[in-house]
Design a protein around this ligand. Sequence first.
Ligand code: CTP
Ligand code: MG
Length: 225
Amino acid sequence: SEFHALVPAAGFGARMGHELPKQYLPLAGKPMIAHALETLCACPDLSTVFVVLAPDDTLFHGYDWSHCGEKLQPLYCGGETRAESVANGLLASELEPDDWVLVHDAARPCLMQAHLSKLIAELRDDAVGGILAVPVADTLKRADAQQRIACTEPREGLWQAQTPQMFRAGLLAQALQQCRNVTDEASAVEALGLSPKLVASESTNFKVTYPQDLLLAELLLQQGK
Ligand code: CTP
Ligand code: MG
């Protein structure tokens, strides 16, 4: 079985508050999405890097993608939600059920090759699959209706989910078919009663969501992550 990446990139970036969807904002000299796509295309384990775009979009955005070659495959089937974009992309990719697929946010530009390789190495013989994640660092407070602290939640054993999230294409398609109301792939797989593995990553692989996230991403990318 082969390994492939699938990058949902059909969002609007509402929380970023720009006219241009955030995945195309300039970041360290190129459109944000180019950073993750180039890291994935450079990974020798991955056969194809599918990128799921909105039906009326084009990947071009003033950037020369030719160095990514045939490995980079745009699919014009983005949906209303991230889960829909991933489900549509999986269907359009026509992967074999046993192939591994690594789903990665276009908005996580600082993914390091080392973490990508670690994820693949730790899961390639796994029965379920899993995700990159980091142990929660902050103290967690539960709020009451008045926005006062109801209690402090123990953070022991709590992790923040990142991407890539790596599952067999057949299992993931089935999971998303049965459970579309999820914000990541692992949630859909969990709903089948399975327990995906947590593979330790670092906070540098954060998702660019708000304007202030751009500054940190720019700095990390200029430092070579
Ligand atoms: N995504 C997608 N299709 C959607 C919504 C999101 O492919 N209908 C993608 C985004 O392009 C992004 C990833 O899923 O690469 C993570 O989603 P998020 O960070 O929430 O991006 P947006 O939905 O674009 O941002 P916002 O929620 O602020 O609007
Ligand atoms: Mg969103």
